[in-house]
Design a protein around this ligand. Structure first.
Ligand code: 1HN
Length: 314
């Protein structure tokens, strides 16, 4: 019996019992470095904006609930923009209401176009303008509406892919279209105006600066899973090369240039959104004065002791 035994036989019998050897796949189980599935990619606003406009005539917010074009990583399936982050472009038109609901997933909005829509979050009605960052904390009822003129477009950033892994995301519609709300205080912790961020970035000298959004109540990142920041690069300037275990979604608030991410060269201009996978060295180069908004999964990585960052040779 023993004489005729073999590993192949052992593996076959183990498989019947729902077990497999670790030693044949040790490297895949504990790889020497992070192995993100996402690839670097740019979503061009010039190409997507007309499609979003057509969606605006073809489907209403009542039917769609949220009129969002998801920005899906070419190497992954919805809702993955990176391994852990979701990004989408949402359109709301004057007179529309996107009905109230809540979910465990956290959402942020970075306003790309327009200035008179609101998002009502947990009873606070927050008016949104271009460049604002607006937070929708986990499990708060929220609806969006537009009482002004012209289309309103924003970038939605959610931690949805995290809930592909932790099946702990609940969602619930509210019984009515709108959750009752009153005008938010001008300094609400739900809104972070661009002017404040731009002033912080300009306060730093040099061709490149970086500033993190600080939650107005906690002083920490904007959520437990997602952090957000902005960067300024003067025309002709560049950022340092670095890599971090966080996955990152970038949005070009203003400017034009490119980012080298691993072997990829991502050309971008105002309105574009692009992503950097975990641990890939990256560097931005600006052709003209540029401001980038970004969000990442650094807070959740820090919570589990898995955030690392290093400057790397360019
Ligand atoms: C969602 O609820 C919103 O509330 C936006 O505006 C984007 C993407 C996937 C799932 C839910 C919103 C979303 C979303």
């Amino acid at each position: 019996m023993i004489a005729t035994d073999s590993l192949a036989r052992l593996f076959a019998e183990a498989a019947v019992e729902g077990a497999q050897p670790l030693w044949t796949m040790m490297d895949a189980m504990v790889p020497p470095r992070p192995q993100p599935k996402a690839v670097p990619h740019v979503w061009r606003y010039e190409a997507l904006r007309p499609l979003l406009g057509r969606a605006g005539t073809l489907v209403g917010t009542q039917d769609a609930e949220r009129r969002v074009l998801m920005l899906i990583n070419p190497a992954l399936a919805p809702p993955h923009t990176t391994d852990t982050l979701f990004a989408g472009l949402q359109l709301i038109l004057p007179g529309e209401v996107a009905p109230a609901h809540r979910h465990v997933a956290f959402a942020l909005r970075f306003i790309i176009e327009g200035d008179a829509a609101y998002t009502a979050v947990g009873g606070e009605k927050v008016t949104m303008r271009r460049g604002d960052l607006v937070l929708t904390p986990s499990w708060e009822y929220h609806d969006h509406g537009h009482e002004g003129e012209g289309p309103m477009v924003w970038l939605d950033g959610l931690d949805l892919p995290v809930y592909q892994f932790f099946p702990a995301n609940f969602a619930q519609p509210y019984s009515e279209e709108r959750f009752p709300s009153v005008e938010a205080a001008s300094d609400t912790h739900l809104r972070y105006c661009w002017a404040d961020m731009e002033a912080r970035l300009q306060a730093e000298d040099g061709p490149y600066s970086f500033a993190e959004y600080e939650h107005k109540q906690t002083g920490g990142p904007v959520s437990r899973v997602i952090g957000a920041a902005a960067e300024r690069i003067v025309g002709g300037g560049s950022s340092p090369t670095r890599r971090e275990t966080a996955g990152i979604v970038y949005h070009v608030y203003k400017g034009r240039g490119f980012t080298v991410a691993g072997d990829a060269r991502l050309e971008w201009e105002k309105g574009d959104t692009f992503c950097i996978p975990s641990w890939m060295p990256y560097r931005h180069e600006a052709a003209k004065d540029t401001y980038l908004f970004r969000y990442d999964d650094r807070p959740v990585l820090e919570a589990i002791g898995a955030y690392r960052r290093e400057a790397s040779a360019s």
